[in-house]
Write a protein that binds this ligand. Structure first.
Ligand code: PXL
Length: 290
């Protein structure tokens, strides 16, 4: 047992825009978790809404990090990966999991590939194919609706029923992970639009749903923030629905704290204003069994 829980965070560092490591590190640190970054690349900004960003690829140094940590016998309570830049990086993460997986640690893969019905500019179908192999090694995956569709070869712009999303989650779990969480699931049936996070736990065969009011603004990096809070919650001993609730409440708080200010949404949510709320006990308000 480590005195402080420890996460190996395999993500890029985007200098401006509050995504990936610049969001993951403050969130998990605020929740009392040690973050050990294995940086995949350094970018001047994230790629969501900025042009001409600069990019330093760190693929060639990733195995050096991994082998050094292994030679030091460092072990992790969680391995958490997100945005990856190439098939080679996906294969290195796969190797990392083989080296550092234990009976007790948690492997969380956020298959960051796209949003709003489209792949990000740096992604292609070869990456999707390889991401399918990588998620087979995860305990938990957290795709958004678009990424879930791509992983399954379904149409990411389709309007589907909750029943069908449940089917998608079962199919994703059959690819390997025990727990499948799909974020940004649209609900167009209600008078006031809602966005849902749905989750499926294969071992218990239960489905959970956490809903929040839809706010018509898109801030990059909220997926990284959600999965970070989820990881922090689970490592602190939350149940799955409690950790989901905590994640959704934090993102809603972030968006509410940001929406009233006039600034470009590509700069991300105003994380610094709300980080302290992560130290409060979560008020269970909205999760339901479906
Ligand atoms: O938040 C996901 C993410 C991470 N890293 C980079 C990105 C994005 C999303 O656009 O561009 C570099």
């Amino acid at each position: 047992m480590h005195p402080v829980k420890r996460v190996a965070a395999i993500h890029d560092l985007s200098g401006f825009g509050r995504a990936s490591l610049t969001s993951i590190i403050p969130i998990l640190s605020s929740m009392g978790i040690q973050v050990c970054p294995l940086p995949t690349a350094i970018l001047s900004t994230h790629t969501g809404g900025f042009e001409d960003y600069t990019f330093v690829d760190l693929t060639d140094s990733m195995e050096g990090f991994m082998n050094h940590w292994h030679s030091l016998n460092i072990d992790f309570d969680c391995i958490y990966s997100g945005f990856l830049g190439s098939v080679r990086q996906i294969n290195i993460v796969s190797k990392f999991i083989d080296l550092f997986r234990t009976e007790n640690n948690l492997v969380v893969i956020d298959p960051v590939m796209g949003d709003n019905g489209k792949l990000y500019v740096t992604m292609n179908m070869e990456m999707v194919e390889n991401m399918r192999n990588l998620i087979s090694k995860a305990d938990i995956i957290t795709p958004n609706f678009t990424e879930a569709a791509y992983l399954l070869g379904e149409d990411p712009n389709t309007k589907i029923s909750e029943c069908k999303v449940k089917e998608w989650m079962v199919r994703l779990s059959e690819m390997g992970p025990k727990i499948v969480i799909i974020t940004s699931v649209p609900d167009n049936h209600k008078k006031h639009k809602e966005t849902h996070v749905l989750a499926y736990n294969k071992e218990d065969n239960v489905f959970w749903k956490v809903s929040s009011k839809h706010i018509p603004a898109f801030y990059p990096g909220t997926g990284d923030a959600f999965t970070s809070v989820l990881v922090g919650g689970l490592l602190q001993g939350d149940s799955l629905p409690l950790a989901l609730d905590r994640g959704v409440q934090f993102i809603s708080t972030c968006i509410k704290a940001s929406y009233g200010f006039k600034y470009p949404t590509r700069e991300g949510v105003l994380l610094e204003k709300v980080l302290d709320t992560l130290k409060l006990p979560v008020i269970v308000s909205s999760y339901e069994l479906i």
